[in-house]
Design a protein around this ligand. Structure first.
Ligand code: DQA
Length: 143
C-alpha cells in the first residue's frame, strides 16, 4: 500500500526557511518520520514536493491507487483552486498539514480553500503534525 506525502511551494527548503516559524526539521527528516510511522502497517511512502501547482495536480491524477494522502499545500491553501479540483476527485482520505498555526498569523492565511475537502487538518504542531496525520490515516483506513 502506498501513502502519498505531498508538499507544496517553498517547503523543499525546510530547515533553512524562516526557522523561527517553520522549525529546523528538513523535508527529508519529515519524510523519514512519516515513513517510520506507517512502516508497521506495511505502507510505503511516496513523497513529492513541488513549487508548481500543476505538478502536485499531476501526482494526484496519477496516484488514485493510494491509501491516502498527507498534504501541506503551503500558500496554495489560499487560492489553489485547480489543486482543490484535483483533491475533489481524489478518492481516499487526506489530511491537510500546516507546520505553523495559521490562525495565529496574517489574516490571509486564516482560510484554506482546500480544507473543506480534507478528512482533517493539523496546524501549529510543527513537524510532529505530519506524524499525527499519518497516525490519523492509519486509524481511518481499514486494516
Ligand atoms: C504553511 C502555512 C502557509 O500559510 C504558508 O504559505 C506556507 C507554510 C505551514 O506549513 O505552516 O508555505 O503551509
Amino acid at each position: 500500500d502506498e501513502l502519498l506525502l505531498l508538499n507544496g511551494p517553498n517547503l523543499g527548503i525546510l530547515g533553512r526557511r524562516e526557522p523561527g516559524i517553520y522549525g529546523s526539521a528538513t523535508l527529508d527528516d519529515i519524510e523519514k518520520a512519516v515513513t517510520a510511522e506507517v512502516a508497521a502497517r506495511g505502507w510505503r511512502v511516496t513523497a513529492f514536493q513541488s513549487d508548481a501547482e500543476s505538478e502536485l495536480i499531476g501526482v494526484l491524477q496519477d496516484k488514485y491507487d493510494t491509501v491516502g494522502a498527507i498534504l501541506n499545500p503551503g500558500a496554495l491553501m489560499i487560492a489553489g483552486w485547480s489543486l482543490r479540483d484535483a483533491l475533489a476527485n481524489y478518492p481516499r482520505p487526506w489530511i491537510e498539514v500546516h507546520l505553523s498555526n495559521v490562525w495565529a498569523r496574517e489574516q490571509f492565511r486564516h482560510e484554506s480553500v482546500l480544507a473543506p475537502l480534507a478528512t482533517g487538518m493539523v496546524a501549529g504542531l510543527g513537524a510532529l503534525g505530519y506524524r499525527l496525520a499519518a497516525r490519523a490515516l492509519l486509524e481511518v483506513s481499514p486494516a
